[in-house]
Design a protein around this ligand. Structure first.
Ligand SMILES: Cc1cc2nc3c(=O)[nH]c(=O)nc-3n(C[C@H](O)[C@H](O)[C@H](O)COP(=O)(O)O)c2cc1C
Length: 266
């Protein structure tokens, strides 16, 4: 690893969620992009949001003590950017974005109908920091697009491909998880595609076997999973001992050659 470069402390920690916060009613209704937000407690579920007092939204938030955090799907990217670049002082952002108001279930303000997940929050504490004011809030209700809930009732926010913020840029989040937390203790391996990509030379096989596999145009576990044991045995120079060694090495990764004889050879 290279020598690290020391830098003046910056704000590059991330990726962090980027949300469109909606708040206020009547004349004061507004929306503002926020990235300085995150979960801080689980029971009750609590969140924070840090808002600069110069924002039009700040006095509204202080007065009403409630807001909705609307998660940003890729379709809402230009809306989050816009709502974070202009002020409600100068423009009606609801009208300008054309987004649809969806009345919150437990608050007086509205959420954004187009957002796949909305967190309805009630402020519990206000903490003044040097540049920003941190609003601690309880999440009193969450509205979720039914497409993000599986047949067992489990919520999969990752399927929304939510946009995140990092160091002045928007970044994509994966729509498939890498693996579950605790996987190291459960004996699981990280995600399938990683296993597929393991190169034959990384599998601890003798060099001679690696060479034979290369000659047969089999380069990684993904390739080995696509062929059957019978196919391996049919390759020139592949005896039972060689094939058993390959199967044993694959088993270390929790996988095996294909069972179906109809799987085509590469
Ligand atoms: C991606 C993004 C994230 C932002 N995060 C925050 C934030 O967490 N807190 C904040 O005070 N301002 C944040 N801003 C800036 C405000 O959204 C911006 O100043 C906005 O125009 C204020 O709107 P308002 O005056 O209508 O309240 C962010 C802007 C962008 C583009």
């Amino acid at each position: 690893m290279n020598q690290k470069i020391s830098k003046t402390p910056d704000l590059s920690l991330g990726p962090v969620p980027t949300m469109i916060m909606t708040l206020g009613t009547g004349e004061e209704e507004n929306m503002i992009a926020v990235a300085w937000t995150g979960i801080v407690n689980n029971d009750p579920p609590m969140i924070y949001v840090s808002v600069n007092p110069s924002r039009f939204s700040y006095p509204v938030l202080k007065k009403t003590g409630e807001f909705v955090l609307n998660a940003v799907s890729p379709a809402l990217l230009q809306d989050v950017d816009f709502t974070g670049s202009v002020s409600g002082r100068d423009i009606d952002k609801w009208e300008a974005t054309g987004l649809t108001k969806e009345p919150a279930k437990k608050l007086a303000c509205c959420g954004i109908w187009e957002s796949p997940v909305q967190y309805e929050c009630k402020v519990t504490e206000v903490i003044k920091l040097p540049s920003h004011v941190m609003f601690l809030a309880e999440i009193v209700n969450v509205n979720i697009d039914p497409g993000l809930i599986d047949g067992r009732g489990d919520f999969h926010p990752e399927h929304a491909g939510l946009v995140a913020y990092m160091n002045g840029r928007y970044v994509e989040t994966a729509t498939e998880p890498v693996c579950d937390t605790g996987y190291t203790l459960n004996g699981q391996l990280p995600y399938e595609s990683k296993i597929e990509a393991v190169q034959i030379y990384e599998m601890g096989l003798p060099e001679q076997i690696c060479r034979k596999l290369y000659e047969a145009r089999l380069y990684n576990i993904g390739d080995l999973r696509n062929v059957t044991k019978e196919y391996l045995l049919s390759l020139p120079g592949f005896g039972k001992k060689t094939v058993d060694a390959i199967i044993e090495a694959m088993a270390e990764y929790g996988t095996a050659p294909a069972e179906d004889m109809s799987v085509p050879a590469p």
